[in-house]
Ligand binder design. Sequence first.
Ligand code: SAM
Length: 301
Amino acid sequence: MTNTGKASSNKVSKAAKAVSNNSGLLYVVATPIGNLEDITRRSVRVLSEADLIAAEDTRHSKKLLQHLGISVKTIAFHEHNERTRTPELLGLLREGQCIALISDAGTPLVSDPGFRLVCAAHAAGIRVVPVPGPCAAVAALSVAGLPTDRFVFEGFPPARTRARDAFFERLKHEPRTLIFYETPHRLRASLNAMTAAFGSGREAVVARELTKKFETILTGTLGELGAVFVGQRDARPRGEFVILVHGAAPSAARTPSSEAERILRALLRELSVKQSAALASEITGVNRRKLYQLALSLQRR
Ligand code: SAM
């Protein structure tokens, strides 16, 4: 596949052409997240015309490539060899080869390898071309029924309990829709930790096995969803999961409530205004300055 400068679009900008004149192109190609029909015609063309396909797991991708009738050479490119493979691939790109980067499923770089290679390609003046397609986070968001105007992708929560609890705790006032990836064996632990941090009444969605035979979209409160999986204590949840959580209601989460005021009043009996506001803020999550103002006015009264 030679670089004609019109591989992705007939209207490549002058700057892009200048960058891509002598060197090859790095295509970042999204592949299906389950259903093999979810591949675009452009992805198939780019994969079949590439000089080399850098795949996260060559054996895994072989099935897809065979299904598509593509026999291009593949090379392993995963988190354990990304550092050493990047200069090698960069060398091939500089020689004018066109390389397609794919991961096991979905969009490369989204909780998948490729970041180092893409950065290195930019630094070397090699054009990087997206070939968009499936992404579990976006697919889940599109069917969740949660606000989509603003959202944050948080990837996989930490595996260790304390780090995970702190991670969710830091997100409890986040007003945008939250999206997480989770493994089956940590799904329950994460739902429990989210319930503790965000409250059992927070609306959420568990999207399981998207685009596959056992696709399931479970909606409910965190308390309800937690109960679904706790109810299956014996059988470990199976499949692939995306968890989405409604963002915190900014005013409700941060404006002093009667509960915050009650706690503040109790603390003021023993502590200074500053100490009471700080502690009440830590307990309730309400903005410290708002509580300080409230504490002052309570004292005056
Ligand atoms: N690059 C991929 C993407 O674009 O979505 C994500 C790769 S990440 C290593 C794998 C995680 O994505 C899984 O553990 C799961 O959380 C989520 N995932 C991937 N495929 C999925 C599917 N079909 N249904 C639900 N979640 C999926």
